[in-house]
Design a protein around this ligand. Structure first.
Ligand code: HEM
Length: 395
């Protein structure tokens, strides 16, 4: 069999079928080896103009941990931590062990690991540093049911990879080094399909409501992308981005009672192809004015995409990244499931907040979701090979 043949077998069943056709167990282990090289061996460079998690492709696992500083920690102690985290992140994202490694991911490749660090307003206040206007608290919205114990935090760390063991190992490594300086305040984990393995490479991820989620994201290289996504203020944030994190529970039992047609009207896109209800295929721009035969708008007045679109929000544009979570059942028997929603932008006041203000009032989808936690972090620019995370803030 050829390498192309192996890559074509994109599901577990497909791999087994190909393996069976070429001779049982020995062939299966060769296939696993090739696939391991393919997925585990993928490496996303840690250093760069922007931290890697901002623009990295969809990862199968996304974990988020917020740390709080120990009382009395100084800027110099924080700098020491960030220097060590940077050294360790370079090793981990290259699939190398860190000093004192616990062997949790021994033999696993880097699996496209990214480690992205951001600073909360509370961190800057503790260090008596100026808090940028962009980090002003996100206002409350109607229907919010936020749990403060699982929100905000001094330092936010986003870890993404195609192997959950690699993510767990990296988070443990960072937590160990932080001992005495910072400790995890809250942590959440989410998942997606494995890009290029269980779904086609570059496919838009599907969320737990069964929708392709991410189609309308701005694309790197498009006019205005950098202006909308990368920060300019204050100086230490130039090339960075502000990250809004929300844990949004889906009311799946209520959602399930709707017909497919009704679900599609609520979003404004088809579930199978992701195409807008105004016609075309997934990436056809939607036509908000299009009428259906017999009258009425193809994409209704309360459709999520209409209400969220830049055209409805004075041009507000955010880069969304989603990870599904499904953490068992709540005491009321409903699934504790939904979306870890991440949005990167130049300024949350002109991005997430402006859009959410409209969604909370006018979006039909809002009756089927509940925002349960919220956090906001300034994600500083990336590192040069000799620099460290957050250097622009602390030097
Ligand atoms: C588009 C689902 C929350 C902003 C979409 C689409 C889906 C979707 C299926 C269409 C495909 C796409 O372009 O990605 C959801 C779900 C949510 C949620 C299930 C909650 C669980 C939010 C929130 C915001 C938001 C909180 C921002 C405050 C957007 C934007 C678009 C979008 C900006 C693109 C609109 C365009 O194409 O111009 N969402 N969404 N969404 N959503 Fe959401």
């Amino acid at each position: 069999f050829t390498r192309r043949g192996v890559l074509a077998a994109t599901s577990a069943a497909g791999v087994a079928a190909v393996a069976g056709a070429v001779g049982g167990d020995a062939a299966a282990s060769v296939l696993r080896g090739e696939r391991a090289e393919e997925v585990g061996g993928r490496r996303i460079p840690f250093d760069g103009a922007h931290q890697a998690g901002v623009l990295a492709p969809t990862a199968a696992h996304g974990w988020f941990a917020a740390f709080d500083l120990a009382p009395g920690v100084t800027a110099r102690q924080l700098e020491a931590l960030l220097r060590t985290w940077t050294r360790d992140a370079r090793l981990l994202t290259a699939g190398e062990p860190v000093p004192g490694d616990d062997a949790m991911a021994l033999g696993h490749g880097p699996s496209s690991l990214t480690i992205t660090v951001g600073f909360g307003a509370s961190l800057l206040r503790k260090l008596t540093m100026a808090v940028p206007a962009e980090l002003a608290a996100i206002p409350p919205f109607p229907r919010d049911q936020l749990d403060p114990g699982r929100g905000d935090g001094d330092i936010g760390v986003l870890l993404t990879a195609d192997d959950a063991v690699v993510v767990a190992h990296a988070l443990r490594a960072l937590s160990r080094t932080a001992r005495g300086t910072a400790a995890v305040r809250w942590q959440m984990s989410g998942f997606n399909a494995v890009d290029g393995v269980t779904v086609a490479k570059g496919a838009t991820p599907r969320n737990l409501m069964g929708q392709l989620d991410g189609t309308g994201n701005p694309k790197v290289g498009e006019p205005g992308f950098d202006t909308h996504i990368f920060a300019t203020d204050p100086g230490w944030m130039r090339g960075g981005s502000y990250l809004v994190f929300r844990r949004i529970r889906m009311l799946l039992d209520a959602w399930d009672t709707l017909s497919r047609e009704r679900q599609e009207q609520i979003v404004g896109r088809r579930k199978d192809t992701g195409a807008p209800l105004s016609g075309g295929t997934e990436f056809t721009p939607f036509d908000l004015g299009k009428q259906i035969p017999g009258g009425g708008l193809a994409i209704g007045p309360g459709a999520h995409v209409r209400q969220a679109a830049p055209a409805s929000n004075g041009g507000a544009t955010i880069l969304r990244k989603g990870f599904s979570y499904f953490d068992g059942l709540r005491p009321d028997g409903a699934p504790d499931a939904g979306l870890l929603f991440l949005a990167f932008q130049r300024d949350p006041r002109d991005g997430f907040t402006r859009i959410q203000q409209r969604l909370a009032l006018a979006d039909e989808l809002s009756r089927f979701i509940v925002h349960e936690t919220s956090a906001l972090f300034a994600v500083p620019p990336g590192t040069s090979s000799h620099g460290y995370l957050g250097q622009s803030l602390l030097e």
